[in-house]
Design a protein around this ligand. Structure first.
Ligand SMILES: *Cc1c(COP(=O)(O)O)cnc(C)c1O
Length: 370
C-alpha cells in the first residue's frame, strides 16, 4: 500500500454541490452572525435530530463550554463526569472554573457507571456531565433519577452520538442540555461546528447571548460571553452534508458489520456493545485488546502502523491522567476506565473505506504474530 489508512476521513458533499450552494454569499456578503444558512441549518437539524431547539456554535467544545456556563454554577462547584473521553469534556468544566470529579465507567460500553455516581455527590455537587461515548447511550433513566433526587443538572456530551435515537426519541432530548460536535472527523460535519440542544426558548436565548459576546443589543452587553458563532460557509457545508447522510450511515454500517464478521470471533479482541438499545450511528469501531490475544494493545497498534494503518488509542490516557489534570481533582478509583484505556484501539471507519482495506486490517489482526 502506498498510502496510509487513517482512523477517519471527513465526509464531503460533491464539489459542485457545495460551490453552487455558497454562490449566494457573493450576492449577500453576509458571511456569519446568525445568517440565513445558520438559521436554516438549525431548523433542519431540529427536525433531523428530533429536538425542540438547537443553537449552533463554532465547534463542539464551545457548545459544551457555553452550555455549562449557561447554568451559572457558583465558582468551585463540583461536576461529576467521566475520565474516559476526549479532553474537551474535562477542559469545558475546568475552563468554567468548576471542579471535575471523576467517576468510573462500565466495561460493557464505556459510559459512566451510574451506580457509582451517588457516592461521589457532596454538598458542592451541582451537575453531572456524562458522555455518550462511541455513540453508546448512557443509562439516561438512572442518571435522571439521581439528578432529580439531588437536584443536579445533567449536561450530556453527545459529540459522538449524532443521529442516535432510542425508539422515536432523539437522544438530545435527555438531561437539561446536550451538545453535539460537527467537527470534520465526526459522523456529520460542518468543517468545524457544534450545537447545544436547548429544552426551551429561555435556554436558546441564553445560548444566543453567550455565543455572541453576551451582547443583547447595540448598547447592552449583559453577560461575559464568547465568540462562538458558526459561519455561513460551515452552515452550508452542513446543509450539503445532511443531503447525503443516509449514504454515510449505510457505508459506516456496512464497514462496521464487515469488521464484526472478520474479527468478532478472534480470541482476546473484545468489541463493546451498547447497554441501552438505540439506533446506532457507527461513529467508531473500538476494540479492546485483552490478554488472551497474545499481543498487547501497543504491539498491535505498532504492527498496524508498520503496515501504514493508523489506528488510534481513543481514549488513552484518561483525561484524569493527562498532565494538565493529574492529581489535581477528586476522583474515584478508576480501575475499569484505566483497564479500558490500556486496551482500547479505534480502527479506521469512515465513508469511503474500501472492503479490501477492511480485509487487510482484519487479516493483520488475525495473523496474531509479530
Ligand atoms: C469531538 C469531541 C468534542 C469536541 O468537539 P469539537 O467540535 O472538536 O470542538 C467534545 N467531546 C467529545 C467526546 C468529542 O469527541
Amino acid at each position: 500500500m502506498e498510502k496510509g489508512i487513517y482512523v477517519t476521513r471527513s465526509s464531503m458533499p460533491p464539489y459542485e454541490e457545495y460551490i453552487e450552494a455558497i454562490k449566494p454569499l457573493w450576492e449577500s456578503h453576509w458571511l456569519t452572525n446568525m445568517g440565513e444558512y445558520h438559521q436554516e441549518l438549525e431548523r433542519r437539524l431540529e427536525e433531523y435530530l428530533g429536538v425542540p431547539r438547537i443553537s449552533l456554535t463554532v465547534n463542539g467544545h464551545m457548545a459544551l463550554e457555553l452550555a455549562i456556563q449557561a447554568f451559572s454554577f457558583p465558582e468551585g462547584s463540583e461536576i461529576i463526569t467521566t475520565p474516559y473521553t476526549f479532553v474537551s469534556t474535562t477542559h469545558a468544566i475546568v475552563r468554567n472554573r468548576l471542579e471535575p470529579v471523576f467517576c468510573d465507567v462500565k466495561e460493557t460500553d464505556g459510559t459512566i457507571d451510574e451506580t457509582q455516581i451517588e457516592s461521589l455527590i457532596t454538598p458542592k455537587t451541582v451537575a453531572i456531565v456524562p458522555v455518550h461515548v462511541y455513540g453508546n447511550l448512557c443509562n439516561v433513566d438512572e442518571i435522571q433519577k439521581i439528578a432529580d433526587k439531588y437536584n443536579l443538572k445533567v449536561i450530556y456530551d453527545a459529540a459522538h452520538a449524532f443521529g442516535v435515537k432510542r425508539g422515536d426519541v432523539g437522544i438530545g432530548n435527555y438531561g437539561d442540555a446536550s451538545i453535539y460536535s460537527f467537527h470534520a472527523t465526526k459522523v456529520f460535519n460542518t468543517i468545524e461546528g457544534g450545537g447545544v440542544v436547548c429544552k426551551d426558548e429561555k435556554m436558546y436565548e441564553r445560548m444566543y447571548d453567550l455565543k455572541d459576546f453576551g451582547i443583547r443589543n447595540e448598547e447592552l452587553t449583559a453577560s461575559v460571553g464568547a465568540n462562538g458563532k458558526m459561519s455561513e460557509f460551515s452552515a452550508i457545508m452542513g446543509l450539503c452534508n445532511l443531503n447525503h447522510l443516509n449514504n454515510a450511515f449505510d457505508a459506516r454500517r456496512r464497514a462496521y458489520e464487515r469488521y464484526c464478521e472478520g474479527i468478532g470471533d478472534v480470541k482476546g479482541i473484545r468489541i463493546p456493545v451498547p447497554e441501552v438499545e438505540t439506533t446506532r450511528n457507527y461513529a467508531y469501531f473500538p476494540i479492546f485488546v485483552e490478554d488472551e490475544y497474545g499481543l498487547s494493545r501497543d504491539e498491535l497498534h505498532r504492527k498496524l502502523a508498520n503496515n501504514m494503518i493508523f489506528a488510534r488509542k481513543y481514549f488513552y490516557p484518561l483525561t484524569a491522567d493527562q498532565a494538565c489534570f493529574k492529581n489535581r481533582y477528586k476522583s474515584a478509583r478508576l480501575p475499569v476506565a484505566r483497564k479500558m484505556s490500556s486496551q482500547v484501539m479505534v480502527l479506521p471507519l469512515f465513508e469511503g473505506l474500501a472492503d479490501e482495506q477492511i480485509d487487510i486490517i482484519i487479516s493483520i489482526i488475525k495473523e496474531n504474530i509479530t
